[in-house]
Design a binder for this molecule. Structure first.
Ligand SMILES: Nc1ncnc2c1ncn2[C@@H]1O[C@H](COP(=O)(O)OP(=O)(O)OP(=O)(O)O)[C@@H](O)[C@H]1O
Length: 602
């Protein structure tokens, strides 16, 4: 039987005994790592809970004392006894209030610190996970882990835990006080614990599956929403609105049904507890009444016992609520801990090597690669690219051009064989060093929120404004940047700051220029541009390439003209390799592509 590692069994609602044990163990381990740094505050909170509840429990005992001892004393003229019990009562009431307020503050500090820690852990960890993980685990799911699951945990930690601790201590103290007043009545209250335990067990076994299902369905609601909105252009282009509405209504309906079933279950638990509570008080009253007639119980004691018994069942309501949010939060914790258990497939080397003077020579040897467990995309691949060479990679769609680029950038690791940069396997370089030597400019030319200058500076954090301007000038982006509303300080996400696809491309060239890597990869980098814009960026491109090693993946053969060498890739293999002129003369695949391109220009 396989262990439900990471997010593997995330959508399974009914787990086997062993799976359930594993999932619970990792959830509580996570909770423990979050709680551990709050150790001192926890101890203080426990002490406060004990004292607050001791003060609260003393109140009905003091009432019993007043009825059975103080009143007869006052009748005999001893007014000082009233001062003693009255003063003690006021003192206990004030103490209970002050300690309660302190305790609430401590509990809130603990829960907020734990949540902050968890939120950061989830963010940091999901960022660290490899591309392979993100390609199968949709962003919608991650958003649901980060929002709805953490929100469920927040509800539990914010109110649930503190109320549970307080309620339990209160119940125990109250029970002790009942035993102290009259042990026989204490036994009656304890008997009532049997149906309470049966009811909780019934609720727990049914709600566990329901709450796990709730997490799965809630993640689906969020994922569907996020994916529809991210693909809103395609939705509109293909008129998917109506079909999406129906799909969303089904998923949201399933979530509603799940919630209704949870409420129905809770609707049995809560009134069940109230009923048991009322029956116990009635039993105590009947039993106590007979004993007053017998003369074996004082009236004041019975009043205090009844007050205390009512108070034993009062927090049951809160415990029921807590139990419900505990079940929900446990299901959420199962999912979040699963996500945190995932390991990046592309790992940092334990003892990284370093390249002293990087030249930019790339060598694939007997490289085998496939995505995840999928089919082999590159089989026993060999390729050597000299330092400083500009290599264009062409080939049909799906031939493996982008895969080649992504392997050099180490977005994925090879299944076997090696890929070396200046004779050092790239998997032995630290991520930081590899990113310094190899920069990839992608088609999307993603801009982060912030100013134009900040976006260029990403290429080399800490670069001066002068260096940023020089980089923009070098690739021909300076002029259009100056025309933006605030020049280099223009916010790229604000109205007026939005730039065209070609301008975005130039900004990413400037970023890469500033980074000054030894190896530059341009994956379809100019394909989103129209012919005039492409001409405009050609100059920038030439400057950018300079003397570095460059791998250009281009559908448009105009870019190929600036290459020293052309590789034609087919089915993950290099089928032609030579200078553009040689390949045209050889009349192979490249010559056909080249002719078709020339014809298209006419
Ligand atoms: N993330 C992925 N997961 C699984 N298979 C993938 C992934 N990306 C690409 N592939 C597969 O790998 C093969 C090579 O794809 P690749 O993207 O490298 O081709 P390409 O030559 O760049 O194509 P195009 O010119 O259309 O971008 C294809 O069969 C493709 O289906």
């Amino acid at each position: 039987m396989s262990r439900p590692l990471g997010v593997a069994n995330e959508d399974t609602v009914k787990l086997t005994g062993a799976e359930r044990k594993d999932v619970r163990r990792r959830s509580f381990r996570l909770l423990a790592t979050l709680a551990l740094p709050q150790k001192k505050l926890f101890i203080l909170t426990i002490v406060l809970v004990l004292f607050t509840n001791a003060a609260r429990v003393l109140l009905p005992v003091l009432i019993a004392l007043t009825i059975d001892w103080t009143l007869p004393q006052v009748r005999q003229g001893n007014w000082a006894s009233l001062g003693v019990t009255g003063g003690a009562y006021i003192l206990c009431a004030i103490l209970a209030g002050v300690l309660l307020s302190w305790y609430i503050k401590c509990a809130a500090r603990i829960s907020q610190a734990m949540l902050l820690d968890l939120r950061q852990k989830v963010f940091r960890h999901t960022q660290r996970l490899s591309l392979e993980f993100h390609e199968s685990y949709t962003s919608g799911r991650i958003i649901s882990r980060q929002t709805s699951d953490l929100e469920t945990l927040r509800e539990l930690l914010d109110q649930g835990v503190s109320e549970l601790a307080s309620s339990c201590v209160f119940i125990i103290f109250t029970l002790i006080s009942i035993f102290a007043l009259d042990w026989r009545s204490g036994v009656v209250v304890c008997i009532a614990a049997v149906p309470v335990a049966v009811l909780f067990h019934w609720y727990q076994s049914r709600s566990e599956v329901l709450y796990r299902e709730s997490r799965v369905v809630s993640a689906k609601v969020i994922s569907t929403f996020v994916e529809t909105m991210t693909g809103i252009r395609a939705v509109k282009a293909f008129r998917r609105e109506r079909a999406n509405d129906a799909n969303y209504a089904d998923i949201a309906g399933a979530y509603r049904d799940n919630n209704v079933r949870s409420f129905n279950l809770f609707g049995v638990l809560q009134p069940g507890l109230v009923l048991i509570g009322n029956l116990t008080v009635a039993a105590l009253l009947a039993y106590g009444g007979f004993r007053i007639i017998d003369g074996t119980l004082a009236v004041g004691v019975l009043v205090a016992i009844l007050l205390a018994a009512k108070r034993v069942f009062q927090p049951m309501d809160e415990i029921a609520m807590f139990y419900s949010s505990l079940q929900s939060a446990t299901a959420a914790l199962e999912k979040v801990s699963g996500l945190l258990e995932e390991e990046p497939t592309v790992r940092e080397p334990r003892s990284p090597r370093s390249i002293e003077r990087v030249r930019g020579e790339l060598v694939f040897r007997d490289a085998v690669f496939g995505y995840g467990d999928g089919p082999v995309v590159m089989d026993r691949f060999d390729l050597a690219i000299e330092a400083g060479q500009t290599v264009a990679v062409v080939g049909q769609t799906g031939a493996g051009k982008s895969t080649l680029a992504k392997l050099i950038a180490r977005f994925y690791d090879l299944r076997s064989g090696s890929l070396e940069l200046d004779s050092v396997p790239i998997s032995e370089l630290s991520n930081e060093e590899l990113r310094r030597h190899v920069v990839m400019v992608t088609q999307e030319a993603f801009l982060f929120s912030g100013t134009v200058a900040e976006n260029i500076a990403l290429g080399r954090p800490g670069a001066s404004l002068e260096e940023i301007h020089d980089a923009a000038r070098a690739v021909g982006a300076h002029e259009f940047i100056l025309d933006l509303p605030d020049g280099y300080d223009t916010d790229v996400n604000k109205r007026g700051g939005r730039v065209s696809a070609g301008q975005r491309q130039l900004l990413s060239f400037a970023r890469a220029f500033l980074a000054d890597p030894a190896v530059l990869i341009l994956d379809e980098a100019t394909s989103s541009l129209d012919i005039p814009s492409e001409r405009a960026v050609q100059h920038g491109l030439q400057t950018l390439l300079g003397n570095r090693t460059a791998l250009i993946i281009a559908h448009r053969l105009s870019t190929v003209q600036i290459a020293d060498r052309v590789l034609v890739v087919h089915d993950g293999k290099i089928v032609e390799d030579g200078s553009p002129e040689e390949l045209i003369a050889a009349e192979g695949r490249f010559a056909v592509l080249h002719k078709a391109w020339l014809d298209s220009l006419v």
